[in-house]
Ligand binder design. Structure first.
Ligand SMILES: Cc1cc2nc3c(=O)[nH]c(=O)nc-3n(C[C@H](O)[C@H](O)[C@H](O)COP(=O)(O)OP(=O)(O)OC[C@H]3O[C@@H](n4cnc5c(N)ncnc54)[C@H](O)[C@@H]3O)c2cc1C
Length: 301
């Protein structure tokens, strides 16, 4: 048997990729999982809102997942970074940073996204600890605390409105002139939300735990948590190079069974969906694995 040939190559071996690998391993498929080992939640101390794993560290969940998938002996793992992909007559060829080349009849991208941190000193250190992206993941832990939301415009209105569910001590930082509509600003203020236009110049913290933010106007605002939605890019350029469509919102376009527009190429997890949670990544991975297997059965039968 050619050790370089697989039914499916999965690029990205975090929650979505391992979930796809489990579905395919249980379908007796020869699978290669190539993973660079950098999940987006690696700095967060505890992962929440995933049934059976609530409050575990991200790596605890990943270790259990990996152990369970390793039991399926048709699944192989490679710690490496996939750098290039191309279509061949039989399927696809994937090359890695360490110079390896593999062939797969099908491809699954579970590569996630790369968050782009704003250039505010302290932001990176607090990311996932006290600067947080999602109230469902971390809102409960900072409920009722002095909280900030870093956003502007229509999105800021919706974001701040949502966070009032978890705390009434809320400040919206528009990071410059506010682009909220007058009625939106009035509605937020009527609900007790303070709006500050002076830019956050620095985030003061102790080991990632926010204590206060320093504003450009020289004032300081004590905070325990700051919600922020970062910009992002796809972690891997390969889907785009293969011709996969990336929607205007930055996510890979997939149908309801995680197929991209390129025949034989699937995608799942954060790279495809703005509702970024471990449970969703796992669910989408299962679907991608099962749909990919079904496609192979249909072609072979
Ligand atoms: C700070 C933070 C905190 C979070 N907290 C929670 C929480 O409490 N609860 C919750 O449910 N969700 C949480 N999330 C969301 C959750 O982490 C993601 O939804 C989940 O990790 C997505 O899984 P994924 O497999 O799609 O991508 P990721 O987990 O990001 O994994 C992608 C994997 O692909 C690899 N990869 C990328 N490109 C390549 C390549 N070219 N070659 C090889 N490997 C590659 C990466 O190294 C990585 O291992 C959090 C997210 C962040 C950013």
């Amino acid at each position: 048997m050619d050790q370089r040939k697989f039914d499916v190559i999965i690029i990205g071996g975090s929650y979505a990729g391992l979930s796809a690998a489990m579905a395919l391993g249980r379908s007796l498929r020869r699978v290669l999982v190539i993973d660079a080992g950098k999940p987006c939640n690696r700095q967060t101390p505890h992962s929440h809102n995933f049934l059976t794993q609530d409050g575990k560290t991200p790596s605890e969940i990943a270790v259990i997942a990996r152990e369970q998938v390793e039991k399926y002996d048709t699944v192989s793992f490679l710690s490496d970074y996939a750098v290039q992909g191309r279509k061949t007559d039989q399927g696809f060829e994937i090359s890695t940073e360490k110079g390896e080349v593999f062939e797969g009849t099908k491809l699954i991208f579970a590569t996630g996204v790369k968050d782009l941190m704003p250039p505010i000193p302290g932001f990176v250190e607090c990311w996932g600890i006290s600067v947080i992206h999602c109230p469902y993941c971390h809102g409960y832990e900072v409920r009722g605390e002095r909280t900030g939301v870093l956003a502007n415009g229509e999105f800021a209105f919706e974001y701040a409105k949502m966070i009032t569910n978890w705390t009434k001590d809320l400040t919206l930082f528009t990071q410059g002139e506010s682009s909220l509509a007058k009625e939106q600003a009035e509605k937020l203020m009527a609900k007790g939300v303070k709006i500050i236009k002076s830019k956050i110049a620095q985030i003061e913290h102790a080991d990632g735990k926010l204590t206060q933010v320093h504003l450009e106007d020289g004032s300081k605002v004590p905070l325990a948590a700051l919600y922020a939605k970062t910009d992002f890019v796809q972690s891997s350029d390969i889907p785009l190079a293969l011709g996969c469509t990336i929607a205007k919102n930055g996510y890979l376009e997939v149908d309801f069974v995680q197929k991209t527009n390129i025949p034989g190429v699937f995608a799942c997890g954060d790279s495809t969906n703005m509702f970024r949670t471990v449970s969703y990544a796992v669910s989408a991975g299962t679907m991608a694995g099962a749909a990919c297997n079904k496609e192979l059965i249909d072609e072979e039968f």
